[in-house]
Design a protein around this ligand. Structure first.
Ligand SMILES: [Zn+2]
Length: 317
């Protein structure tokens, strides 16, 4: 088995939109999600956030329409034949400008999204090429031996590029690290449709250290590929771990009762106690066969266990 590396990971900075970290070089028009100021292609300190680029394009076009209104008003004023006409034109022009200004201010966020969409559409090819170049940079970093940095780079690219190849590369790197619960780990973005033993192993690791990362999509993935997982070397213990993570919330007991039922007998005592507490405090009808199974395990093994007495209710998850 490959020796795992103890490493430190930089926390992942979440952004409101996936493209928030995407930048474009003002000099060579190269797109990248890596680096803050220096362009990885031309080396110039000319990186600009795509959102800033779209905002400046939008500002120019908004000013264009304001100037058009001003120009029309000015021509009208020059050509007006009487004082009354001049006053009416001045009032009308000012009101129109104020209205336009207010409308533009209110619709700026929506217009900015539209401008970004246009930018991505217009620059689709350079954008794909830029992100492919970012991935190649990460692979080079990997070959140079800096695996944590390579993973962090792939993680950034993964926010925008949703391919299984990129997911597998991240999972393989994660599987070469000693994972700890204080690390900024993620699972949902790495889930795939097809069965992947490395992904399953990674889920198994997380079931031990970060149960909170296992949610509906993971349980569905595990259920879908349960047959394949059981054929893996430690498949059953991974499934027990996943069932142990599912007893974290009552909702998961309702959603996946059969997954939990199949592995309830193999759960470690603390996870079974958690399961028992939820089942015992709910109406019998809520869980059907799961209720029967849990009670039968309880009667066989834990009936005389002090930890299962009502006075010893656990507090943690
Ligand atoms: Zn450049």
């Amino acid at each position: 088995m490959m020796k795992k590396l103890p490493i430190l990971l930089t926390p992942y900075i979440k952004t409101r939109y996936p493209y928030d970290k995407l930048k474009i070089c003002r000099h060579c028009r190269h797109f990248t999600v890596l680096g803050e100021t220096e362009c990885p292609v031309c080396g110039k300190s000319a990186l600009q956030k795509v959102e800033e680029l779209a905002a400046s394009t939008l500002r120019r076009s908004l000013w264009g329409s304001r100037l058009t209104v001003l120009l029309i008003t000015a021509i009208g004023l020059v050509m007006s034949g009487s004082t009354m006409q001049t006053i009416l034109l001045a009032i009308g022009g000012t009101a129109l400008l104020a209205l336009l200004w207010t409308m533009q201010r209110r619709s700026t966020p929506a217009l900015l999204r539209l401008e970004l969409e246009k930018l991505f559409h217009r620059e689709a090819y350079p954008l794909i090429a830029g992100l492919a170049n970012d991935r190649e940079t990460a692979i080079k970093v990997f070959h140079s031996g800096d695996k944590p940095l390579a993973y962090e780079m792939l993680r950034e690219i993964g926010a925008l590029v949703h391919t299984d190849q990129l997911r597998i590369e991240q999972i393989l790197l994660l599987q070469s690290f000693v994972l700890r619960k204080d690390m900024d780990l993620m699972l949902e973005p790495l889930l795939m449709d097809h069965f992947d033993p490395d992904l399953v192993e990674y889920i198994g690791e997380l079931a031990k250290i970060r149960r909170d990362l296992l949610k509906e999509n993971t349980f569905r993935y595990i259920l879908l590929h349960e047959g394949h997982i059981l054929k893996m070397e430690h498949g059953e213990s991974i499934l027990v771990g996943v069932a142990g993570a599912a007893v974290r919330m009552k909702r998961y007991l309702t959603l996946y009762p059969y997954l939990i039922m199949r592995y309830a007998r193999k759960l470690p005592k603390d996870r079974f106690l958690r399961l028992y507490r939820i089942i015992e405090s709910s109406p019998k009808s809520s869980f059907g066969p799961l209720y029967e199974e849990v009670m039968s395990i309880y009667n066989e093994r834990y009936k005389w266990d002090e930890d299962f007495l009502p006075a010893h209710k656990e507090r943690g998850v």
